[in-house]
Design a protein around this ligand. Structure first.
Ligand code: NDP
Length: 586
């Protein structure tokens, strides 16, 4: 459906789910943080699990009013929902409350209801109990099937709060409902899990959303009393804890036309942590918020690329063809030595042979070109990478042009740049290729979104802009550079995805970023240690500590784009070897 409306964006419904609110400390956090969260994430419907909201056990009418007054639209329950006996009638009558659906007939209240968002979209909400290590309930899988028969006709967007004890049961329900509901989010265990993902059918899934309340505790309750209970096995009354107050929640973006989720984001928001206050002071001044962005680290997607490369290298060596990369440097630039070592190690780990060609500083361009041409003619070498910058007088551009385009695994040869520009197969520069693979790995929505690329170098800015605007990514792209002037900040603030590749330390501050944008920091800067004796620290073009409170997702430096660059060199070398292997065989 979205393809038919390319001129318009898919219309999203943003659902915010607040994890189990524990007693009055949890409600205090909610009151303080929910309005800003809703504004910042443009939330259309707020659902909140309330089964522990009255002094840690159950719900009362007054407590429910408090939750609604704080900004919740819908309340969901669990096995403790009925703990306050006086409230049973209220629970049965409250139209904004959904109790577990898989309970015996005659249980007051309803297990599934349809609500309207602030934009008029119908959203079905289902609450269910797990059966493993929980009190007896009907089968949640079959109950969900039956409820969906009815609810599916009334709402495309459907949210399931699955209140269950075990991971396996929750994961199983996620798969059971994949493609039939927009989200399955677990509650009950009170510790937020890190397995958030959108399943292949379009159902957002998280095993447990965590809790909202005091984290200086045992899952929300006074830790001293909880410990005594474990140590003595004697009964002891538990009270909600009030130290280290935090809010846990999940934000799910759903295409309201299809009901499929496009993203899921976990939130952990501290209320009063001193450190967080320090960090946020500057951001608050700039109108920012206090949630921190999802970290898009490079290690995991880089590992995925390396595994792919290793398998392909293995297939080549089975055919008697060992892929080989020549790593060429001129001079002893310390940063280059680090990059060369990392690239060499990553290639070796993937089964690629590496030939190190270290040419001394002071070598002429002609001599370096001659050496590179020799490598170009050597049939045992499939990829050539010349690490820039070259020590003078060697001219980097002349040397890059001496690499045969079919061995140019860095993709800097003009022929490969041209091929990328016109959409022909060639070699894509490693860093831009890595940026795109990282965004795709984390399922960042790209199609139809606006990317602003800061920087227009042929190594990063231009190719990244070309890739993001090409078919497959389908983004609308704006490129900024040093002549863009003061307007650039306002342009950057329009970006859904902001790519910073300017080589200017911390140029991108919080006020350059639209709230909720995804920020990719390509820049690398070495900051000497305070005493000048320790190891220098790496940082980027983005002021990470401030921007993390504004962006919805951000790559760190180090550990973001860097590992992807290395991984893509490895993959490009495999691609080069495969093409040359195919030519030899043909
Ligand atoms: P270049 O210096 O070649 O290009 C920088 C670009 O930024 C230029 O287009 C320049 O504009 C633009 N620019 C500079 N200052 C400003 C400004 N004040 N406002 C707007 N635009 C500006 O750098 P690279 O593209 O090679 O690298 C960029 C950064 O990425 C560097 O920090 C580099 O170390 C890092 N890098 C990281 C890699 C990784 O693996 N993570 C790999 C490669 C690079 P103009 O064209 O007008 O001069």
């Amino acid at each position: 459906m979205c393809e038919m409306r390319v001129w318009k964006e898919c219309v999203m419904t943003n659902l915010l789910f607040i994890a189990d609110v524990i007693g009055s400390p949890g409600r205090e956090v909610l009151r303080a943080l929910l309005p800003e969260l809703k504004r910042r994430h443009d939330v259309n419907l707020t659902i909140c699990n309330c089964e522990n909201s009255a002094a840690g056990f159950g719900l009362t009418k007054d407590v429910a009013k408090d939750l609604f007054d704080s900004g919740c639209d819908v309340l969901t329950g669990g096995n403790h929902l009925w703990d306050k006996k006086d409230a049973i009638d209220y629970i049965g009558e409250e139209p904004r409350l959904v109790r577990p659906a898989n309970l015996p007939e005659g249980t007051p209240g309803m297990g599934a209801r349809v609500f309207k968002t602030n934009t008029g979209v119908h959203v079905g909400v289902i609450n269910m109990l797990g059966r493993v290590f929980m009190k007896e309930a009907d089968c949640p899988f079959r109950t969900a099937d039956a409820v969906l028969e009815r609810l599916g006709k009334q709402a495309k967007v459907i949210f399931v709060d699955f209140h269950a004890e075990t991971t396996a049961e929750k994961v199983a329900l996620g798969w059971h409902l994949d493609g039939r509901v927009s989200a399955v989010v677990g509650t009950h265990t009170h510790v937020q899990t890190a397995d958030d993902r959108v399943l292949p059918g379009g159902t957002a899934f998280l095993c447990d959303a965590g809790m909202t309340g005091g984290f200086d505790s045992v899952i929300g309750m006074d830790r001293a009393a909880a410990l005594r209970r474990f140590l003595t096995l004697l009964p002891e009354r538990l009270q909600p804890a009030s130290g280290d107050l935090r809010l846990n929640a999940v934000l799910v973006k759903v295409d309201e036309e299809t009901g499929k989720a496009v993203s899921i984001q976990r939130l952990q928001v501290p209320l009063k942590a001193e450190a967080a206050r320090e960090d946020t002071r500057a951001v608050r001044a700039a109108g920012g918020a206090t949630t921190t962005a999802r970290l898009l680290t490079g290690a995991e997607p880089a590992e995925a690329v390396t595994i792919e490369a290793r398998l392909r290298a293995h297939a080549l060596s089975e055919a008697g063809f060992v892929p080989k990369l020549a790593l060429v440097s001129v001079g002893e630039d310390p940063a280059s030595q680090v990059y060369l070592r990392k690239k060499g190690e990553a290639c070796a780990a993937a089964g690629i042979a590496v030939e190190r060609v270290a040419i001394p500083a002071g070598t002429t361009t002609e001599e370096v070109v001659r050496r590179v041409k020799q490598l170009g003619e050597d049939p045992s070498v499939h990829g050539i990478l010349v690490q820039l910058p070259l020590a003078p007088p060697a001219d980097g551009q002349a040397v890059l042009e001496a690499i045969p385009p079919f061995k140019d695994v860095d993709g800097f040869h003009p022929e490969n740049a041209g091929r990328l520009a016109v959409g022909l197969p060639g070699f894509v520069p490693a860093t831009p290729y890595g940026v795109v693979r990282l965004l795709q790995y984390y399922e960042i929505p790209l199609k139809g979104k606006h990317a602003v690329v800061l920087g227009r170098s042929h190594i990063v800015g231009r190719p990244v802009a070309t890739l993001l605007s090409s078919k497959g990514c389908d983004m609308t792209v704006t490129i900024g550079h040093s002549a863009s002037g003061p307007e650039l900040r306002a342009l950057a603030r329009e970006a859904d995805v902001l790519i910073a590749a300017v080589g200017r330390k911390h140029m991108v501050t919080a006020d350059w970023v639209k709230p909720g944008a995804v920020v990719v920091d390509v820049g690398i800067h070495r900051v000497p240690s305070a005493d000048g004796k320790g190891k220098p620290k790496l940082t980027g073009d983005v002021d990470f500590e401030a921007v993390k409170y504004v962006a919805s997702a951000i790559t760190p430096v180090p550990g973001g784009v860097g590992p992807m660059t290395v991984a893509m060199v490895v993959l490009n070398t495999i691609i080069a070897a495969e093409r040359q292997c195919a030519m030899v065989r043909a």
